[in-house]
Ligand binder design. Structure first.
Ligand code: HEC
Length: 137
């Protein structure tokens, strides 16, 4: 009888243990909690939008078209410095070093365009483009 009682006791204990072990995996329905955790890192990454790349054709060229090309084209008053194509412009740029690039320093100093200095955001963008290698992208 004692052995039987011990066996029952052990069985009950094991049963309880088994129940609590079973209860745990059910308690946090993992499928629901994981997405909540995943959504948190996303907003943290969003506020720091370091532009992965600055594009010549999409970012830099539109600024030149708006502010420089009127004079700096083959038919303009400053045809000597043709800024209508990347190849022409590249001669005034030292890739990776905006401060050594005449193309940039004249804008930074406010000499070009003659009508007035470009907005800082545009200067920053162009500096960024040159710093990243002044690619024809
Ligand atoms: C209103 C006409 C006009 C506009 C707009 C203009 N420029 Fe000029 N730019 C000139 C003239 C004129 C010269 C002198 C050309 C020469 O020496 O043959 C000049 C010279 C330059 C030079 C050579 C400077 C030097 O010291 O040798 C650069 C670089 C230049 N411009 C860049 C720009 C950039 C970049 C823009 C646009 C952000 C721009 N320019 C807008 C008229 C203009």
């Amino acid at each position: 009888m004692r052995i039987f009682a011990v066996a029952i006791f052990a069985f009950v204990l094991a049963g309880c243990g088994g129940q609590t072990q079973q209860a745990r995996p059910e308690a946090p329905p993992p499928g629901r909690e994981e997405p909540v955790v995943e959504t948190k890192p996303a907003p943290e990454e969003a506020p720091a939008p370091e532009p992965a790349e600055v594009s010549f054709s999409k970012d830099v060229q539109p600024i030149l078209t708006a502010s420089c090309i009127a004079c700096h084209s083959p038919s303009g008053s400053a045809a000597r410095y043709d800024l209508t194509s990347y190849d022409r412009l590249a001669r005034l740029v030292v890739g990776g070093n905006a401060d050594a690039s005449k193309f940039f320093t004249v804008m930074q100093q406010g000499r070009m365009p003659p009508s007035g200095k470009l907005e800082q955001s545009k200067l920053d963008l162009i500096r960024d483009w040159i710093t990243r290698g002044a690619k024809d992208n």
